[in-house]
Design a protein around this ligand. Structure first.
Ligand code: PLP
Length: 362
């Protein structure tokens, strides 16, 4: 089965082989050397310039764990959460589970939170320790521009910008410093096209300073312990070592592929265009406004189409796509065109989908 779901996505055989390494001790010289090699390779994924003072790191936890870690170091009081889908809602829930007072600004699923309302709430209801936002809402495919939020937060230096890059990183450019991000994180099973199990992050000096002032940050998800451990090339606990080898290989190969990171981002945009044009050809439309749609996943309104039959029909042909997420089940379906997928593979998937639609009358 070829995975065209919005993650986990297909993992290349070369990367699967990179997992099949003889085990090494996590306190060994080899492990320290591996972390040392990963560090510079990870920087372009976050758009970190050479002289950047931000620190990247890797942790053996899924992205939800780093959502929690990000919040643990940001302060213990109030959080402003932009909520426009299932994962941005999860970010807010994690903050509540830590006892933070959460002010949500909600947008209908498929839309993005209007910048004017963020500006108003910051001015009228602050101060907040942090603002949480999801760059690519995998549940709806809506993409929220991050740089304007960073700009808006300039007059509010006490409010840290925490960004979920889960279905964004590796599929589109990140400008960590230019966008004023303080903590960004992502799992690796989406546009980085690795198996799930580890996550990557970057933290600003300002974030780390704040985290040092916060007491009781926990242990396994203490962001300082994670970042300082990475800097010392010592993971806080036993990591998922094979995935670190695969991460090294993937980052290295992305960097030296023709076109490098930029080429990868352009390919994602082309796959998005192809997918939305295909949908249009069947009289179907993007759930989010295409101008605000994620380059890694498309969420398409089903209209009269029976999404379960489309998903099942494609599964019979060896392709997995996803039905709508949660409350959008039946109303939408999603195609994850991310990671190491390319236009040739996508063309095969869409041709198979044409066949299924013809059979089921879509
Ligand atoms: C945008 C976004 N954030 C967070 C998560 C949670 O990631 P995980 O299940 O790896 O913890 C997901 C998972 O799909 C996601 O798409």
């Amino acid at each position: 089965m070829k995975l065209w779901i919005p993650g986990p996505t297909e993992v290349r055989p070369e990367l699967r082989q990179a997992l099949a390494v003889p085990m090494i001790g996590h306190r060994s010289r080899e492990m320290r050397a591996l972390l040392e090699r990963i560090d510079p390779l990870l920087r372009p994924a976050f758009g970190l310039s050479e002289g950047s003072l931000a620190t990247p790191a890797v942790h053996s936890v899924s992205a939800t764990g780093l959502m929690e870690a990000a919040l643990r170091g940001a302060g213990r009081r109030r959080v402003l959460s932009l909520v426009n889908g299932a994962f941005s809602e999860r970010f807010a829930q994690v903050a509540e589970s830590l006892g933070r007072e959460v002010r949500r600004i909600e947008a209908p699923w498929g839309e993005i939170v209007p910048p004017e309302s963020v500006e108003r709430v910051l001015a009228e209801e602050g101060p907040f320790d942090a603002l949480t936002v999801v760059a690519s809402e995998t549940s709806t495919a809506a993409a929220t521009p991050i740089a304007p939020l960073g700009e808006m937060l300039r007059p509010y230096p006490q409010t840290l910008l925490l960004v979920d890059l889960v279905s964004w990183i590796g599929g589109a450019a990140v400008d960590f410093e230019g966008a004023g991000i303080d903590f960004a994180f992502a799992g690796v099973q989406k546009a980085l096209a690795l198996p799930p199990g580890i996550s990557v992050l970057a933290a600003s000096p300002r974030y780390l300073e704040r985290a040092r002032e916060v007491k009781e940050r926990g242990f396994a998800l203490d962001p300082l312990r994670i970042v300082e451990g990475h800097v010392a090339r010592k993971t806080p606990a036993t990591p998922c070592i094979p995935l670190y080898f695969a991460l090294e290989r993937q980052l290295e190969e992305i960097g030296r592929a023709p076109g490098g990171w930029e080429g990868r981002f352009a390919r994602h945009r082309r796959m998005q265009k192809l997918t939305l044009e295909w949908a249009e050809g069947h009289g179907l439309t993007s759930f989010p406004d295409p101008a605000q749609a994620s380059p890694t996943v498309s969420c398409i309104r089903a209209g009269e189409l029976d999404t379960a039959r489309l998903v099942d029909g494609l599964a019979q042909e060896g392709f997995a796509i996803s039905a709508g997420y949660g409350r959008l089940k039946g109303e939408t379906f999603r195609i994850g065109h991310m990671g190491d997928h390319d236009e040739a593979g996508l063309t095969e998937l869409l041709a198979a989908a044409d066949g299924v639609l013809e059979r089921i009358g879509g």
